[in-house]
Design a protein around this ligand. Structure first.
Ligand code: FPP
Ligand code: MG
Length: 320
């Protein structure tokens, strides 16, 4: 599901966004052919949050802010292209990854291209220094999160280490989208801070649900293979919880220590996680972050507030 469908954004703006995004990778034959599938099928959560928060302001001008919405989606896509190389993923959103199609060398460069394209749009859009600083900080944090993850593969993190990682790799991005929306809308500092906090809490919930879907999702719906985090050594909240409460914790821990898991072992590991209370535990945590996101929404423009509340519900209820 594309979240823009369910949001409080008008159809013409959604179409304008999709068209501008398509145009952004239209420059030459190879870029068009390789990047068009990569920008399709996403949930559009980041640009949607940005556009919704931008709507909080009095002078909402889609023309003025569309390039930043597109740049946010391009940065996200670039990070996924690189992430698929790091995770050696073959499929994303149900289609072959750039890594699998063109090999790691070309895929790195496709990611770099998308990333550079995003910053070209920001430069052309004439956004101020604060916007540029937020964007560069968010990319640095994405990299920190990924480095942290890659340096601790097959290591069981503490809850606090897990939170640091998901904050860096996901929550800061969603927070930045909301903050940028508030900035271009010309909101007051405390309102921007409220939106930024909302985005951060939403991001924590989003990543917890993402990690849950790796064990409880439907491959046909998520477009990703079940158990792929565990297979690549990324130990997430469902596993941390299972290791704490399951009767089969030792079996699971041994699989992680041995590092290499074949198909049967991944199946057994998924089963162990599924019969533990990890699902309810993670859902409860995600719901608590969503509640805290709602509470911190600034008290302005009811229609936008409603849409942001719906976005929060979407994050916990989603199945892909
Ligand atoms: C998906 O996470 C990946 C990220 C949230 C961030 C990836 C960031 C980088 C690779 C840093 C480089 C960034 C740029 C802009 C070039 P996941 O692996 O948990 O989710 P998945 O299941 O969708 O793969
Ligand atoms: Mg990944």
């Amino acid at each position: 599901m594309n979240i823009l469908t369910a949001s409080g954004i008008a159809t013409e703006i959604k179409q304008h966004f999709e068209e501008s995004l398509r145009q952004s990778v239209n420059e030459d034959e190879f870029i068009k052919e390789s990047c068009t599938p990569l920008i399709q099928g996403g949930k559009r959560l980041r640009p949607m949050l940005f556009l919704l928060c931008a709507k909080y302001g009095k002078n909402f001008s889609p023309e003025k802010i569309m390039t930043l919405a597109v740049a946010l989606e391009l940065i996200h896509t670039a990070s996924l292209v690189h992430d698929d190389i790091l995770d050696n993923s073959k499929k994303r959103r149900g289609i072959e990854t750039a890594n699998s199609k063109y090999g790691a060398q070309v895929a790195v460069l496709i990611g770099d291209y998308l990333f550079a394209k995003a910053f070209q749009l920001v430069a052309k859009g004439g956004y101020g220094d604060e916007v540029k600083l937020i964007l560069s900080n968010l990319v640095q944090n994405l990299c920190r999160g990924e480095i942290m993850q890659d340096l601790s593969l097959f290591h069981v993190p503490t809850i606090s280490e897990y939170y640091t990682r998901i904050n860096l790799k996901t929550a800061i991005f969603l927070s930045a989208c909301c903050k940028l929306g508030g900035i271009v809308a010309g909101l007051k500092r405390e309102e921007i801070d409220g939106l930024s906090f909302y985005g951060n809490s939403l991001g924590l919930a989003f990543q917890i649900v993402d990690d849950l879907l790796d064990f409880f999702g439907d491959e046909k719906v998520t477009g990703k293979s079940l158990g792929s985090d565990l297979k690549s050594g990324v130990i997430t909240l469902p596993v941390i919880r299972t290791l704490k409460v399951s009767r089969d914790a030792d079996i699971l821990r041994q699989m992680i220590t041995r590092r290499i898991m074949d198909r049967d072992e991944i199946h057994s590991a998924i089963k162990i996680v599924r019969v533990s209370d990890a699902f309810n535990y993670c859902r409860l945590r995600a719901t608590a972050h969503i509640e805290s996101a709602r509470i911190n929404l600034p008290q302005i423009k009811n229609s936008v507030k409603l849409a942001l509340e719906q976005a929060a519900d979407f994050v916990v209820m989603r199945n892909a």
